[in-house]
Design a protein around this ligand. Structure first.
Ligand code: BDR
Ligand code: CA
Length: 342
């Protein structure tokens, strides 16, 4: 076979092989266009490092901050610190609502520390906030987006998204998914016997989001309390021996104490980080489509999520409620991503 004929033969063979390959298997994984709404917060910061270390899957348009675990100026600073620690100053941080829609503000300094980040030293990050507010950013981005293209990870009280939806209900068209850390059904609450902190901190906002018609996924305490730290899991993170793993180790060593003591559980949950794991590897989790309402009336059930697990009411299913997760799978994924940071 002369050189020219052999080249032609090889080219034909490559083309034939390519035609045999299933086209879907050669397509690049489609990135998730994501906005992370957050109130850092110890577990929020871990979630942010996790997400910012995953640029192949997550196209993070912005971090939007809200008052919650601590005041807005502190949550906004902590979000900027997380961005700096991840070396991702390309991602803008917009500050949002300083207070909930209607109720008196509450914070969780007893769990997250006075600065919202116990276990590590906080300081003013190099890069400031983006100009403009989080609510306007949400409205502008969702309005300009392709239909059902933007995913929103909600790691704190849902005030910012609720304000955006109240101002312009049409923006729901731009939303693909809202993935929420919040609520409690089987587990019971962590701020009252029946309410979880994020829903208790602004139930009126959660109500607006629940009624918006957006596709919602809840990662409640029911699942986050099944994904607990252990000595071995903390060890696997520590073994990375980079800055990110040291930060996460230092944050967790303080943060998990409160829940372990209060609930008498052998390890601590890393609540908000489960949202990021769900986005990256939903196959680690399972749940059920259900009807969810939140109680926003004053009284002992204020902030409680009422989940119709057995469809007794036959009411429209407005959320996917995650109740199970692969704990070791979660910690392996978190470790793998933290290894990518410095
Ligand atoms: C949720 O409340 C906050 O304190 C945490 O950051 C998390 O978002 C857990 O109930
Ligand atoms: Ca949070």
């Amino acid at each position: 076979m002369c050189r020219y004929t052999r080249k032609l033969y090889l080219l034909r063979r490559s083309l034939l092989l390519l035609s045999l390959i299933n086209p879907s298997s050669v397509q690049a994984v489609e990135k998730i266009d994501l906005i992370i709404d957050t109130d850092p917060g110890a577990d929020d910061v871990i979630a942010l490092l996790f997400a910012l270390a995953s640029p192949d899957e997550l196209n993070i348009h912005a971090l939007t901050t809200v008052a919650g675990n601590v005041r807005l100026d502190k949550t906004s600073r902590n979000a900027r610190l997380a961005r700096e620690w991840a070396g991702r100053e390309d991602v803008p941080v917009y500050a949002g609502a300083p207070t909930p829609l209607q109720r008196t503000p509450i914070h969780a300094e007893d769990i997250h520390g006075k600065e919202g980040l116990s276990g590590v030293l906080v300081y003013e990050p190099k890069k400031g906030l983006a100009k403009g507010g989080a609510v306007d950013f949400l409205i502008d981005t969702l309005k300009a987006a392709r239909p059902h293209s933007i995913t929103i990870a909600m790691l704190g009280p849902q005030t910012n998204l609720a304000l955006a939806l109240i101002q312009d209900p049409e923006i729901v068209q731009g939303i693909k998914d809202v993935v929420i850390m919040g609520g409690a059904h089987f587990n019971g609450g962590n701020i009252t016997p029946v309410a979880e902190f994020n829903l208790f901190a602004d139930p009126h906002a959660a109500e607006v989001v629940l009624k918006s018609g957006a596709r919602l996924t809840y990662l409640p305490l029911d699942v986050t309390h099944k994904i607990l730290t252990s000595d071995a899991r903390l060890q696997q993170i520590a073994a990375l021996d980079n800055n990110a793993s040291k930060l996460v180790g230092d944050i967790l060593s303080e943060y998990i104490k409160g829940d372990m003591e209060y609930f008498g559980i052998p390890g601590g949950p890393v609540h908000d980080a489960t949202v990021i794991a769900y986005l990256l590897k939903p196959e680690l989790f399972s749940g059920r489509h259900v009807n969810v309402v939140v109680d926003s009336r004053e009284g002992p059930t204020f902030g409680q999520t009422i989940v119709d697990w057995h469809n007794g009411l036959g009411a429209p299913k407005n959320a996917f409620w995650v109740d199970r997760g692969d704990a070791q799978g979660f910690f392996d994924l978190l470790t793998e991503r933290l290894a990518r940071l410095t």
